[in-house]
Design a protein around this ligand. Sequence first.
Ligand code: HEM
Length: 343
Amino acid sequence: MEKRIVSTFDEATRILGCPHAIANRKREDYDKIARIDPLVAAQVERFFQQWPMYNDGERHLAVRKRLLESISSYEYKQRDMVRASLAELFRRDRITADDLMMAVLRWHSMYFGVSLEADLELMQMSDPLIELVIFHDYTKVDEAAKALSYIDNFFGSERFASDGLVGALIRRGNDVGAIMNLLIDSYTPMIAAATSVLYRAAELEAGRDLSRPERERFLLDALGKMPPFRFINRLYPDEQEQPRWVGIDVLRCNGALLEKNNKREALGVTFGSGRHMCLGFAPAIDFLDDLLVEARSSKFERVFEVEGAIDLTGPVSTVRDFNARKRQRELSTAPSLAQPRWR
Ligand code: HEM
């Protein structure tokens, strides 16, 4: 099916707020998987239908409401530990993209209340599901089936802290698929976001303290120019009322907004808009703010000015394209993963 690209903010927000825009757009993918293995296709479909991202209408509202109740009432006690580990990171002489990835993983594991090893393993084990359904790699059917069984066992085990977010989500009766949407969507996008923030932080004037609103403005601006998700996809009725693929180009929508208002309207559609607007906006900004504060209170100039001191000096595309999944596999054998408190 031909895809129409949307590149203005006004049209993007109209589509994202419209009840006729269909987020559950994976029907053809499940059908293709069913031609290879109908049983796995049914399991995969059941899993992704629990994701708020692929839900519509009343069911989407109900899934989203239950997740939001847990997120908004969650008391995230490990934030100081995350800040301390960031402070330690920026004391080093050399920081690589891998180090930054580990910092994001540490935040992810502490925010969700899953040990570092278990969190990394869960993300790695889930990978074939993403490769199969999101990136259409149909060689991953068997591995996707194993991933689903791994995920089921994981949530039946005690591999998460009872006072962490995963524990709270389970207690409130959220489906495993809905919880996995949160976990997966907050991992690689946050690695990309952290990289973009540090890359752009080099433009900030060193030495001057920035207030929280100024920092937030900077973060939204940086992410608006280097959005972790370039496209938001929907099926949307055309003039003949037939569903047609629409790809909302986040970067161009944000850019067009900037031109139109001739001033910095930072939020744009970086975190989506309307019905499916990002559920992790607040924790994402909190972590990125901590990252920015700690980077700037280190010997900031050294981190950014000494050649090779931080592996983020290439052009934007090089920085953003670093292969997070490959690094993940390499890092899984790294001996330095700290033991979390609750293990
Ligand atoms: C800078 C980091 C992030 C960016 C740029 C981002 C961006 C987005 C975007 C564009 C959407 C809308 C997708 C759509 O309409 O199809 C979205 C939805 C979502 N995000 Fe994020 N996100 C980020 C971080 C997070 C984090 C940290 C979490 C979890 C803690 C999270 C969880 C979700 C979930 C569950 C949805 C689906 C909401 C729904 O469909 O109702 N995201 N995000």
